[in-house]
Design a protein around this ligand. Sequence first.
Ligand SMILES: [Zn+2]
Length: 344
Amino acid sequence: MRATVMYGVHDVRVETVPDAKIVEPTDALVRVTRACICGSDLWPYNSMPTSQTGNRMGHEFIGVVESVGADVRTVKKGDLVVAPFAWSDGTCEFCQQGLQTSCLHGGWWGGTTLDGGQGEAVRVPLADGTLVALPVGPDHALMPSLLTLSDVMGTGHHAALRANVRPGKVVAVVGDGAVGLCGVIAARRLGAEQIIMLGRHGDRIALARKFGATDAVSERGDAAIERVRELTGGLGAHSVLECVGHGESMRTAVGIARAGGAVGRVGVPQETTIPNAQPTFYANITIAGGPAPVRAYMHELMPDVLEGRIEPGLVFDRITNIDGVPDGYRAMNDREAIKVMIEF
Ligand SMILES: [Zn+2]
């Protein structure tokens, strides 16, 4: 089978790899029908030390179950399934709390030992805890939006929950990538009244407004903080969704949170410290967040997708086949594309 392998900075290849197959009785073998490239894939794309063996890539996918191990109960051959970006048993202490990204027996796709989503097939460990069956066929028009339940829509929702978004409140979203845009959807869905998008790309701001953003701030750094203060009567936002992970974006996020407010961070931190320890302390600002347990949110968000109340699939502005994956990475890295979907 063919799959995406990353060997180092800007070195993504599509190669023939060993066929995915069932190994454990709790596995499922999934033939991928749709996958995508994630903003978080761009971190290794720009920084991965050169590797001889390479890392299999991709953690967002939908596919058809081709076969299951003897112990699998909740999905069967022929089911169309969506996978969350982390696999989990669904039964441990943390899974029961809805924090599947901390599963005691789970893990992450790809790397050197597991299949990634950006390939033709995937061995799915702990299939019962991991996969969710979709009630539609593989060519359904809502497939792009259903694919976002793998990561970006659930991640935007997680940022909103961790930032304590409430009806009638003021929300600011730092980052106009796919997660930030889904954060706007999530904030609106949870009833926010004012939603301020911080971003600099015209097409993304336009999409944010379509998703429910009421204001856009294109300044950066201190100027952005000042502008958000102006838009919020000098007080700042109740809830800030940090959807980038840079030191600069985190500095902005804590700078625009109002006293007693919260920052929900879902951008993978690229620095070892959180800025502005003293001002956030004196203002009683909560800083929360982490990898989203998107598996926990699938059943909550799916009806909104299926019934057309939200359309997060609009974040996909480019579609390719597997041969176009390396150029898809380049296009996202050059900010030519917001998010690239791969059709198999
Ligand atoms: Zn678990």
